[in-house]
Design a protein around this ligand. Structure first.
Ligand SMILES: [Zn+2]
Length: 324
């Protein structure tokens, strides 16, 4: 993954390098040193990291990243959504900015590459440009999104924005998104100022570790994504009838959990029933009232579907062959 990262960052420097006698190359060792230093914030005994957004470790990690950004000559600020943004002027101020970056928060018991590689490589690009005294034509922004692992909060704030429902969600840290955004220096009352209009950015580039393991299985160092998958989350409620589990005969039950089990099986059948890389998961389930001796009267479960093709995401709701 390290070698792969270097390759991509070097490629990013090429347009600038074309103006200089020697191509600008990033310092791979320095990226790795920074990655190891960052891994100390929230390090867990298993060798990974628990740096969930808005935690003490997250705040320390962000402070560390901001110091590196300042060292790289970036003009650093925190936008209203709590994202860290470091800007570097280009030679033509009329051009739209290029964005590079990722995130440094982690899932509980996460790894030390997810997000960190993209964030620190982006900083390294600017550090290298500073050292080589290269000015790009476009303004360049390094962006570190806040709370990416808790529902892509920071990046959503840039695009479609965050609604009240999202702001009120409780994150892994125990704080709501609204509270957490304040803790990291954002202002949830001014979120509109963090949004970027469609067409206002020249391009966005992110290095990211591949989490599916396909490249590793194929022994390929690096891949380029074909697109960004759509994600559909649905809360599915199945209504049955709660009744005594000891006395209600089997043929007179309306067992919501039994229906849920069939639903989960069906999701899997439909998702795997057509070629492609679409994935579908039921990731959580809640049965009510939840007792040994009561037939479940109600089940709520969380369904997630992902694919590059929107039609396929909706397929489980329209399992008609004509529907794609
Ligand atoms: Zn990530």
């Amino acid at each position: 993954m390290k070698a792969a990262s270097l390759l991509f960052v070097a490629l990013l420097c090429l347009p600038a390098a074309a103006q200089t006698p020697s191509p600008a190359r990033v310092n791979g060792q320095r990226i790795n040193d920074h990655r190891i230093a960052l891994s100390n914030f929230g390090a867990n005994p298993r060798g990974g990291v628990s740096r969930v957004a808005y935690s003490e470790a997250d705040l320390k990690g962000r402070a560390y990243a901001m110091a590196l950004m300042q060292e790289a000559g970036l003009d650093v600020h925190i936008d209203a959504a709590g994202n860290i943004v470091g800007t570097r002027a280009g030679s033509d101020a009329s051009l739209k900015p290029l964005l590079i970056g990722s995130h440094i928060d982690s899932v509980p018991m996460g790894g030390n590459y997810d997000g960190d590689v993209g964030s620190l490589s982006a900083i390294e690009v600017t550090q290298t440009l500073k050292e080589k005294r290269v000015t790009l034509r476009h303004p360049l922004e390094v962006i570190i999104f806040q709370n990416e692992e808790g529902g892509t909060i920071g990046s959503q704030a840039l695009g479609e924005g965050l609604d009240e429902k999202r702001l009120n969600l409780v994150s892994q840290s125990g704080k709501t998104i609204r509270e957490g955004t304040r803790v990291v220096g954002g202002n949830p009352d001014q979120l509109a100022s963090a949004q970027r209009k469609p067409g206002s950015i020249a391009g966005y580039f992110e290095l990211h570790i591949e989490q599916g393991g396909s490249l590793e299985r194929e022994k390929i160092n690096i891949g380029v994504v074909e697109g960004i998958v759509g994600i559909l989350h649905s809360d599915v409620t199945i209504e049955g009838f709660a009744n005594h589990a000891g006395t209600t005969p089997m043929d007179q039950r309306r067992d919501a959990l039994l229906s849920a089990a069939r639903f989960i099986e069906k999701v899997n059948q439909i998702v795997t029933g057509v070629p492609g890389r679409q994935v579908g998961t039921v990731g959580w389930i809640k049965a009510e009232p939840g007792a040994y001796n009561v037939i479940p009267g109600k089940v709520v479960l969380g369904l997630e579907l992902r694919d590059l093709d929107e039609k396929k995401i909706h397929r489980p709701f329209h399992p008609d062959p004509d529907c794609g």
